[in-house]
Design a binder for this molecule. Structure first.
Ligand SMILES: *Cc1c(COP(=O)(O)O)cnc(C)c1O
Length: 395
């Protein structure tokens, strides 16, 4: 059988290559940080990690992880409900609840699992999920695993959401689902209006704060902070893999009966291993740091503002952003790839995105600013953009 299957796969892979959609991986030969070393020895400034608060290689997190590794061992060798829960796991769940101002939290191996395991245990065919069209793949997959009726509204389009909510009145329970920050544009979901509509049309709200927690809001606590909705949102999911240290792990936090039910019925929680103590301890340290010190979040915003301002002064077209995601619009797919290649030659690591990751004719370079960037890193990035941008007649 495998001979035929091999031919089939080879053909498909060739087609992916021919369509220009083949993904290659650049190999890093250093820690993840503002400046990284590539496997060819070249040092570049990194503008494409989700290392928003610069915690990926933070000494305090590494120290907490090392200590837990020594004292609590390497692995848990168990799911949570058999013998995979240490006091550390409970402390981290409490720290997450304190951070978001929610009633209870549940840990997963990743936010992909949190989203994959949140819908099916809570909702059934009598219910409705109303989902933003640009929601993350893990939300889409999670919704697929659930029997609830599905409604979709255009990205952040409140008129469309209202239409869908009207249709969904036929169902028993309604849940509106949105990303907090959309990863390609950096726009924040209009949670104030979503919340208002949810109360008007008797629905619950779920926000995935993966790209927004640690980033947006007066103290960086996410979209629910931006709109003064702390404690009001029924379900929040998020990741430890972005701003919060960038290791691994995800969570769902919110109303306590919801979390209690997930502990009973959520399949990625029940049938997958516990996060290792070192990762959990670094997570606790992260929330500890963020509780007493808001300087990393402030630095991130200063950096983003500085970068965007300089780029706009240079004549670049940047989508309005409220997060640390800056979409430098180029519109043309090839141009986005050529510019990214030139920037890499200049020691700036960024990625160009084009169809089907973004709509046709909307190609761009996504720059992700970090609190770990120094002013000179930002200057080098803008200067490289100016040099390469002039050479390619973008500006
Ligand atoms: C990154 C991301 C995820 C996945 O998080 P992991 O913890 O890496 O699985 C889920 N949702 C959104 C919106 C994300 O941006």
């Amino acid at each position: 059988m495998y001979k035929e299957f091999q031919t089939y796969l080879s053909e498909q892979l060739t087609e992916i290559r021919n369509n220009g959609l083949y993904k290659t991986e650049r190999i890093i030969a250093s820690a993840q940080d503002a400046v990284i070393k590539l496997s060819n020895g070249k040092e570049v400034i990194n503008f494409c990690a989700n290392n928003y608060l610069g915690l990926s290689n933070h000494p305090k997190l590494k120290e907490a992880a090392s200590q837990a590794l020594q004292e609590r061992g390497y692995g848990m060798s168990s799911v949570r409900f058999i013998c995979g829960t240490q006091d550390l796991h409970k402390s981290l769940e409490q720290a997450i609840s304190d951070y978001f101002g929610t009633e209870d939290s549940i840990l997963y191996a990743a936010c992909f699992d949190a989203n994959g395991g949140v819908f099916e245990p809570l909702l059934s065919e009598e219910d409705a999920i109303i989902s933003d069209a640009l929601n993350h793949a893990s939300i889409i997959d999670g919704v697929r695993l659930c029997k609830a009726q599905r409604y979709r509204y255009a990205n952040a389009d409140m008129q469309d959401l209202e239409e869908q909510l009207k249709k969904a009145q036929a169902q028993r329970f309604r849940l509106i689902v949105t990303d907090g920050v959309f990863s390609m544009d950096g726009n924040v979901a209009p949670l104030d209006k979503i919340y208002e509509l949810s109360r008007k049309y008797n629905a619950m709200v779920m926000v995935d704060e993966s790209h927004s927690a640690g980033v947006v809001g007066a103290t960086g606590k996410g979209v629910s902070e931006v709109y003064n909705l702390r404690g009001e949102i029924e379900i929040i999911t998020g990741t430890l893999g972005k701003a919060f240290g960038g290791g691994i792990g995800g969570f769902t936090t919110g109303k306590k009966e919801i979390i209690e039910m997930l502990r009973q019925r959520s399949r990625p929680y029940l049938f997958s291993n516990s996060i290792p103590p070192a990762v959990v301890a670094a997570g606790i340290k992260t929330f500890d740091l963020l509780k007493t010190d808001n300087s990393l979040n402030r630095k991130l915003h200063e950096n983003t503002k500085y970068f965007v301002t300089r780029m706009q002064e240079a004549g670049f077209d940047i989508k309005p952003t409220q997060s640390a995601i800056c979409a430098v619009m180029l519109y043309d797919a090839k141009l986005s790839q050529d510019l990214a290649a030139r920037l890499l030659d200049e020691g700036i690591y960024v990625v160009g995105f084009y169809y089907p990751v973004v709509p046709k004719g909307q190609a761009r370079i996504r720059v992700q600013v970090s609190a770990a960037h120094r002013k000179e890193d930002l200057d080098r990035c803008v200067d490289a953009f100016i040099k390469a941008g002039k050479a390619l007649k973008v500006i």
